[in-house]
Design a protein around this ligand. Structure first.
Ligand code: SF4
Length: 493
């Protein structure tokens, strides 16, 4: 097979050779693209467009691929001083490798600078590899590339309308020159593996989810048991590798003399035993931390963030809270529900904060699940609206993390080694589950909110608002019901 590689395939190969092989030879095995992946692509494009405003007299090369290849070549052949200073998205093909540069700029010397634009905020190794491939193709075609640079989003940019503040610009020429030394070998490696009729053997592992979930994970992981060595907490990569190489996946098959920490061994023993275990003394002590502080508020928020801040005053990737749900469990056992969902395309933080301070009174514990998230969100609100700082800090002081119960005092094999609410809730409260909801995870909520803001059909907008409310409400109602189960457990009901 020839090597019809693009930057995307090349980077897939660097991530995992098997992923490259599957992408080209078995693309039908990939899972459908997730909403989050679609969003990342959309965001990457928007960042590319935003970056173009940093360059004067740029020409966008678009149209069919054939046209782009011809046009790019033609424009780069116009000599220095011939008017072409900067091209956006020019396409080049050399050695069966197709690349498109985000920006190609002519330097005063008449040579070229390739500029790669990323929605990340930091330089990553893969960015250098990406630029190296572009460098290889352009030089192969006879263009002199004098400089290679990277533009990443400036996380401190306070005002997105100030174009010069949007990006951090970095000359990475030296790193690209170094990477060039390994490029021929990498290309040979990839070309050779694509001549094989079967996928290369690559053990599965944490790389299948980093930096993002691999589209072939369902295929590669299909034989992994629901509870496996991959669930052992804090198991180091070399140990995992050792077990995988011995084809040991089930916890039962781990040799008794295999070196593990005490906690890991205890986890395995409990999972094999398959029975719930509750440390009643500890559970009692934990619940006693909040029981005297009534009423109990069960609280959850949803946030949105993006490389391009949606509203003035936010910096790139700053979390913007657009929704919360709050259940109040009163001392007499009655339950009330309060919520806020921002429905307008405007900064939701202040109206949400005012509503929140109205709903959460100045007494009573505030129960959350995985405290660091809600605490961080509240701290950001306090920083953005200092006049409300004292009131917000009072809420922060009253936060209590329900997840700690499941980390320390309550074990159930049905949690599958996870402490997440999505795993814990269906076991503790079987009649409540996320499986019937349209939105099933916190990652989807901001995408639906964004779609809601952009939607012009009132019925569809209402439907999305309903989906968001149901999702956030289930988080807090779920916490209430879990709390009630824990109380019954202590009473021995
Ligand atoms: S799931 Fe893992 S092993 Fe399989 S192709 Fe993807 S990264 Fe490679």
């Amino acid at each position: 097979m020839s090597f019809p590689i693009s930057k995307t395939y090349f980077l897939a190969g660097l991530h995992c050779p098997k992923r490259l092989w599957l992408s080209i030879c078995r693309p039908e095995d990939a899972s459908p693209m997730s909403l989050a992946a679609e969003q990342r692509i959309k965001q990457g494009r928007a960042i590319g467009v935003a970056a173009r405003e940093s360059f004067k007299n740029g020409i966008l090369v678009d149209g069919t691929l054939k046209h782009c290849l011809e046009k790019s070549w033609e424009l780069t052949m116009v000599g220095a001083g011939g008017g072409v200073e900067c091209l956006f998205e020019p396409a080049f093909l050399y050695d069966d490798i197709l690349v498109r540069c985000d920006v190609l700029r002519r330097l005063p010397s008449g040579n070229w600078e390739i500029i790669e634009v990323k929605s990340a905020t930091k330089l990553k190794d893969e960015h250098i590899a990406d630029l190296t491939l572009q460098h290889y193709v352009l030089e192969g075609l006879g263009l002199t590339v004098e400089k290679t640079s990277l533009m990443v989003v400036n996380p401190m940019a306070r005002n997105w309308s100030v174009v010069r503040d949007r990006f951090c610009y970095q000359d990475v020429t030296a790193a690209v020159v170094r990477w060039r030394q390994q490029l021929p070998q990498k290309l040979d490696e990839f070309r050779n593996l694509l001549t094989e009729s079967t996928a290369p053997q690559v053990p599965i592992g944490s790389h299948c989810d980093r930096p993002y979930r691999c589209p072939f994970k369902d295929t590669c992981w299909r034989n992994v048991p629901p509870i496996s060595i991959l669930d052992i907490p804090l198991l180091k990569q070399d140990k995992l590798q050792q077990l995988m190489e011995s084809n040991i996946w089930n916890l039962e098959d781990i040799p008794a003399d295999f070196s593990l920490t005490q906690k890991q061994r205890a986890f395995i023993d409990r999972m094999i035993e398959g029975k719930p275990r509750v440390d009643h003394d500890l559970l009692q002590r934990l619940l006693a931390q909040i029981q005297p502080h009534q009423p109990l508020y069960f609280f959850d928020v949803e946030t949105h963030s993006g490389a391009i801040p949606r509203f003035a005053g936010l910096h790139p990737y700053e979390r913007c809270t657009f929704q919360y749900s709050c259940h109040r469990l009163n001392p007499d056992g009655s339950l009330e529900h309060f919520e806020y969902l921002h429905m307008e395309d405007s900064d939701p933080r202040l109206p949400l904060l005012i509503s929140l301070l109205h709903h959460i009174g100045d007494r009573g514990s505030v129960v959350v699940y995985s405290q660091s998230f809600e605490k961080g969100v509240l701290q950001q609100l306090a920083a953005a609206y200092p006049s409300y700082g004292n009131k917000i800090n009072q809420i922060i002081d009253r936060l209590w993390d329900l997840q700690v119960v499941f980390k320390k005092a309550y074990f159930h094999p049905g949690f599958q080694g996870s402490y997440s609410l999505k795993k814990v809730l269906p076991v503790m409260v079987p009649h409540l589950s996320y499986s019937n909801l349209t939105i099933k995870s916190g990652d989807e909520a901001p995408l639906v909110w964004e779609a809601l803001l952009e939607c012009t059909v009132p019925d569809e907008q209402k439907q999305m608002a309903q989906q968001l409310r149901e999702y956030c409400c289930l988080d807090t109602l779920g916490m209430v019901e879990i709390y009630r189960v824990l109380e019954r457990e202590l009473r021995g009901d």
